[in-house]
Design a protein around this ligand. Sequence first.
Ligand SMILES: NC(=O)c1ccc[n+]([C@@H]2O[C@H](COP(=O)([O-])OP(=O)(O)OC[C@H]3O[C@@H](n4cnc5c(N)ncnc54)[C@H](OP(=O)(O)O)[C@@H]3O)[C@@H](O)[C@H]2O)c1
Length: 298
Amino acid sequence: MGAKIIDGKQVAAQIREELKAEVIALKAKNIVPGLGVILVGEDPASKSYVSAKEKACGEIGIFSDDNRLPAETTQDELLSLVDRMNKDPKINGILVQLPLPQHIDESAILLAIDPDKDVDGFHPMNVGKMVVGEDAFLPCTPHGVIQLLQRSGVETSGAHVVVVGRSNIVGKPVANMLLQKKDGANATVTLCHTRTRDLAFHTRQADIIIAASGWPNTVTADMVKEGAVVIDVGVNRVEDASRERGYRLVGDVDFDAVKEKASLITPVPGGVGPMTITMLLYNTVESARRANGDYCTE
Ligand SMILES: NC(=O)c1ccc[n+]([C@@H]2O[C@H](COP(=O)([O-])OP(=O)(O)OC[C@H]3O[C@@H](n4cnc5c(N)ncnc54)[C@H](OP(=O)(O)O)[C@@H]3O)[C@@H](O)[C@H]2O)c1
């Protein structure tokens, strides 16, 4: 029996509709959520990510303050722009598109962002709050994973979750979020990486597998328990001469084989991907609410 597919596009669209309604309610109180966007340089992938984020903002009524800076921008110039946005009450969230050019110290820039406007959830203040279970801006991709699980009715309480990958942007935060003592979490979490002995031993015991390794076929069917839920965060290009662009996108999971054993699975593309920008919008709206003394009751 094949797995049910978790449709990330549909879940993302549903959350965006909810956010649109919240933005309308905020605007009725003369509050317009604003996102300050900073892109340094001409990297084509970064340009297209930033355009997609700004387009998504426009679609739900968030105002975006677009700042495209030349690659030669100095660290001091960038710090002054961040400082200006920190002080600007119209800006509720600040997004600095990474990677930055090599002459700029990324961590110095991320540290300079006011944690109350850190809608990417990368500032150590927000990371620390997340770990100790306090209210914090959650990083977008792992928060998207949690939303997909919750909105697909997956019970995480008491479940054994195996996360493959320990990066600061996906693996570590998603593992931390799932082990919190709160609704939508309460899982027993195993966090695996390249020094894990016998990855398959761990994944075979998982009720839920979250794959974030950055390599195709890291999780194959023999590594998955019958009926497990499989969330594939990976986005990898593999050569494909049949496609005009010469490649196609695949995840970290051998989708075709694993879907025959799993009960629920996310596809790539169309699974976790659409959730990332959606959770950035969510954090920006949440920040506007907080700045005006109105807290989310999620
Ligand atoms: N959909 C989205 O919006 C979105 C957002 C972010 C990332 N991604 C995708 O998610 C994937 C992971 O991203 P990332 O930034 O977390 O990657 P990353 O920084 O390269 O980290 C990969 C992690 O996976 C571990 N790993 C790699 N191969 C492994 C293996 N064979 N067995 C066990 N562990 C293994 C690495 O272990 P070590 O620590 O030991 O090296 C590392 O911890 C990538 O495909 C990326 O494109 C998607």
